[in-house]
Design a protein around this ligand. Structure first.
Ligand code: FAD
Length: 418
């Protein structure tokens, strides 16, 4: 069997390992850029390891399970929210209510609000929303619709944003979002030493050990059942996994995405990465906006991402659909969490618009791996399939897309020879 994977990001590399791991197949990955990894890559600059914005690996997710099963090294540590973690409300900093005790002692909640916040936290951990509910529907049901949302509601909204990387609360499935918050709070996340390049390198090593051929700088131009056009030549194969964006799938196959999955909503974030030679006296480790969609985290406090004695801070704004961020907004949030940071900074990198994921999970779900209805062609990515968000969605769909291709009846696979 000859299989082709288009795209050398984490989904593509995972699909290649799954295909080659079954044995007996020749697998080729085509990646258009010179480097593997896509959005999972890491840039190294002056000894700092910069992911494409802040990245955390959910320890309960299928990605972590798969990497462990495949012995892909994911060395890092779990961030702990202690005294220097803050909730930001009305421009003020409050102790971050990271657990039930701090929820009661934090100045974020006053009087009866403490009780209301504790009850909200219980809903978060135990409730099962209706399958048709969005996060906003669920919050309206729990808190009632009010002109001024309570602090408990703002707190939950912030937890949804930070766990899902998304500010699309009015379209995101409440069930999927609650599961993601539970992932984040129950078993925590890992920040990886040296960044996510470790995952990419580990998957690439595994793929190589299974005999996968990887061509970088090889843009695929056209995909049909049993045939791929790459760098001006036609390559015949028994199956293709498309591990690229929805737009790329559309232009490669000619199949309109709108027909398959109405309303794919891309989730974007603006990111400001601050490489710091030293820290100002007052520097938070973590700060999360309650009434504004901002995030601040010093990842180097947990993982090795900066040279000895230096620090790496990520600031992000979770964008709404169609929204654009201004760099100054992110800088102002950094001013709150780490006043006088400019005097201590080595360099700052601003990325105004990153695609965190190509489809938020709505109550209607995401397109399936075989939604194209092209024999022998499946799709993978963080916008495909029913399981997982972010990289968990990418890995879950990649494994499913590969298995689907391998289980296709022989007559379907042999369309190329016909
Ligand atoms: C700011 C930010 C923060 C994030 N934080 C987290 C997090 O904390 N936790 C988490 O789990 N996930 C996070 N993610 C998401 C995670 O990075 C992605 O889910 C994951 O990297 C997606 O991998 P992928 O392979 O599906 O897609 P991509 O990485 O986009 O890979 C697609 C690849 O296909 C290639 N390609 C496209 N067209 C062609 C073509 N025609 N021919 C050949 N190659 C082609 C591209 O060059 C690219 O390399 C974050 C993402 C961003 C941007």
């Amino acid at each position: 069997m000859d299989y082709i994977v288009v795209g050398g990001g984490i989904a593509g590399l995972t699909a290649a390992c799954e295909l080659a791991g079954a044995g007996g197949a020749r697998v080729t990955v085509y990646e258009q850029s010179r480097k593997l990894g896509g959005r999972g890559g890491t840039e190294t600059r002056d000894g700092f390891s910069l992911n494409h914005g802040p990245h955390a690996l959910y320890r309960n997710g299928i990605a972590h399970r798969t990497f462990t099963e495949w012995k892909v090294r994911v060395a890092g540590r779990v961030p702990r929210l202690k005294g220097d973690a803050y909730a930001v409300l009305g421009g003020g900093l409050f102790a971050f209510p990271a657990d039930p005790v701090r929820l009661l002692t934090s100045g974020l909640f006053r009087g009866l609000e403490k009780w209301s916040a504790a009850r909200a936290f219980q809903w978060l951990m135990g409730d099962t929303p209706k399958a048709s509910a969005t996060v906003s529907d669920w919050l309206d049901e729990k808190f009632g619709v009010r002109e001024r949302p309570s602090r408990a509601r703002l707190f939950l909204e912030a937890l949804f944003r930070v766990s899902t990387y998304s500010n699309a609360l009015d379209t995101m499935s409440a069930r999927a979002a609650l599961q993601q918050v539970r992932f984040a709070t129950k078993n925590g996340v890992l920040y990886l030493d040296g960044g996510w390049q470790m995952i990419v390198a580990g998957l690439a090593d595994r793929a190589a050990s299974l005999g996968v051929r990887v061509e970088t700088g090889a843009a695929v131009e056209r995909v049909e059942s049993g045939r791929v056009r790459v760098a001006g030549r036609d390559v015949v194969c028994d199956g293709v996994v498309l591990a690229v964006t929805p737009d790329a799938v559309e232009s490669l196959t000619g199949v309109r995405m709108a027909g398959l999955a109405p309303g794919l909503t891309q989730i974007r974030a603006a990111c400001l990465d601050l490489a710091m030679k030293s820290l100002p006296r007052q520097a938070a480790v973590f700060a999360l906006g309650m009434d504004t969609p901002f995030y601040f985290s010093r990842h180097s406090a947990t993982a090795r991402l900066a040279p000895e004695g230096a620090h790496l801070v990520h600031v992000a704004k979770y964008l709404r659909t169609g929204e654009r961020a201004q760099r100054e907004e992110l800088e102002r949030f950094a001013d709150l969490a780490m006043p006088a940071w400019r005097q201590h900074s080595t360099f700052a990198r601003y990325l105004p618009e990153l695609a965190v994921t190509h489809a938020v999970v709505t109550p209607a779900g995401r397109p399936g791996v075989d939604a194209l209805n092209l024999p022998g062609v499946t799709m993978a990515g963080d916008w495909v399939g029913a399981e997982g968000m972010l990289v968990d969605g990418a890995v879950a769909s990649a494994r499913a897309a590969a298995r689907k291709i391998m289980s296709a009846p022989a007559q379907e696979r042999k369309f190329a020879a016909a």
